[in-house]
Design a protein around this ligand. Structure first.
Ligand SMILES: Nc1ncnc2c1ncn2[C@@H]1O[C@H](COP(=O)(O)OP(=O)(O)O)[C@@H](O)[C@H]1O
Ligand SMILES: [Mg+2]
Length: 399
């Protein structure tokens, strides 16, 4: 059996390793621009091919031609995207080559913020009020009906790139007009003040087989725009909030039609009304080292489990491994120092440190959620004082 993995960015080493452990033939297609620096686990791969890319984006026709050419002499049983931006490319290739797995319609529900909003709303899931930036009459009616502030966001980006929070209708119109022909690629929605959460899941045959909920510190939009330290931590499993998020998460993933795979799905709990709002979902492992966070708390590696459910493909039963019930918290910040000295973070709860220039990142683990919270607060203050740096918001993805 042969799997083709798409990785426009370097991602998913553990996915590739698990495929090899399961005895599959592993073919990787990645971006030419990372040929020199990428450190994919070559011992777990049979072949690697490079697509010419423009900032990690591949020309769709060229990609289809390249994969169809490879398929003349190989038979692909699975095609799997390792990065968010590869999800739609993989779906297109599956449809063209008639390989089983998520098709294009469902892929849009997991990539396009407008498609997921519409589908979720149809399924009776609570979402922030929204409108497609397409018909100006409808946008005007939305601005009349829904009080500001609003957020204007690109339908298919990530990492808060290109998202703007706007306070007046005049600002909205100026921004919309400035977008010119790109307007239809945006969705406008009510800004729901509140805390932001994420649920990371493993789905097999439409059932959520494993899910864990976590809460971000500062909302990611604030971190992206104003700078600050990104934090998230696993919620107490018995808490009311965790229970509500997990229940809503099951409804969202069923409503959007995820058959099998992993998902990183985000929610807002409204400060004013206490409701759970569906923010966004994806059919991939969460970025920003959330896989390491989940593994620290549970022992479950989402990449390896994802490989198992993809390869099982509905023919072989799947059960996730027994999960450890610890708690963990993650901090990531830009650092003033090129190679920050992190030796001051010496508590025994520190289980992971990030290795990346001009960054500082840590994961702490404890059986006690209160201890995780306390360490996060202490470390956040110390990082702000000794390391933190601010960079202008990004316009292009760089993960
Ligand atoms: N409707 C909204 N109300 C309040 N905050 C929002 C809303 N939409 C987005 N945000 C903020 O922007 C961040 C990024 O938005 P999101 O839809 O998750 O896109 P991305 O793919 O960039 O993560 C969120 O984490 C949240 O902080
Ligand atoms: Mg998000």
């Amino acid at each position: 059996m042969t799997i083709l993995c798409l990785a426009s960015y370097e991602k998913g080493h553990e996915f590739l390793r698990e495929c090899k452990r399961q005895g599959w033939n592993v073919v990787l297609l990645t971006s030419e621009s990372i040929r020199q620096e990428a450190r994919f686990p070559t011992e777990s791969m049979d072949e690697i091919f490079y697509m010419a890319d423009d900032h990690h984006r591949w020309d769709l026709t060229h990609t289809l031609n390249a994969v169809a050419y490879l398929a003349r002499t190989r038979s692909f049983d699975r095609i799997v995207p390792l990065d968010d931006f590869d999800v739609e490319v993989a779906a297109m290739l599956r449809e063209q080559l008639r390989v089983p797995g998520m098709g294009e319609t469902t892929a849009h529900y997991f990539r396009d913020k407008l498609a997921m909003r519409m589908r979720a709303a149809d399924a009776g899931i609570r979402v922030p009020d929204f409108v497609h930036v397409l018909n100006h009459g409808q946008v005007a009616a939305f601005l009349e009906r829904v009080p500001g502030p609003w957020v204007l966001k690109p339908r298919s980006m990530a990492g808060a790139i290109g998202i703007r929070k706007l306070a007046s209708a005049q600002e909205v119109w100026e921004t919309v007009h400035a977008l010119g022909d790109e307007q239809f690629r945006y969705v406008l929605e009510r800004f729901v003040a509140g805390d932001i959460f994420h649920v990371d899941s493993i789905v097999f045959e439409r059932q959520v087989r494993f899910a864990i909920s976590s809460g971000y510190g500062k909302p990611p939009l604030e971190v992206a725009h104003a700078g600050g330290i990104f934090t998230t931590r696993i919620l107490e499993r018995e808490s009311e909030t965790a229970r509500r998020l997990l229940a809503e998460n099951q409804r969202v993933l069923t409503g959007l039609g995820l058959l099998r795979g992993v998902s990183h799905t985000e929610y807002i709990i409204g400060r004013d009304d206490g409701h759970v709002y569906f923010l966004e979902t994806s059919a991939r492992v969460g970025g920003a080292h959330i896989a390491e966070l989940v593994e620290a708390a549970t022992g479950i590696n989402l990449w390896a489990e994802w490989a198992k459910v993809e390869l099982a493909g509905g023919h072989v039963p799947y059960a996730p491994p027994q999960s450890r019930e610890d708690y963990a918290g993650l901090l990531v910040s830009l650092a003033r120092q090129e190679h920050p000295d992190t030796s001051q973070f010496a508590d025994p709860e520190v289980v992971w440190k990030m290795e990346k220039s001009h960054h500082i990142g840590l994961i702490v683990r404890s059986p006690r959620p209160a201890r995780v919270r306390e360490l996060l607060e202490d470390y956040t203050a110390r990082i702000a004082r000794d390391y933190h740096a601010v960079e202008p918001p990004q316009q292009q993805p760089s993960h």
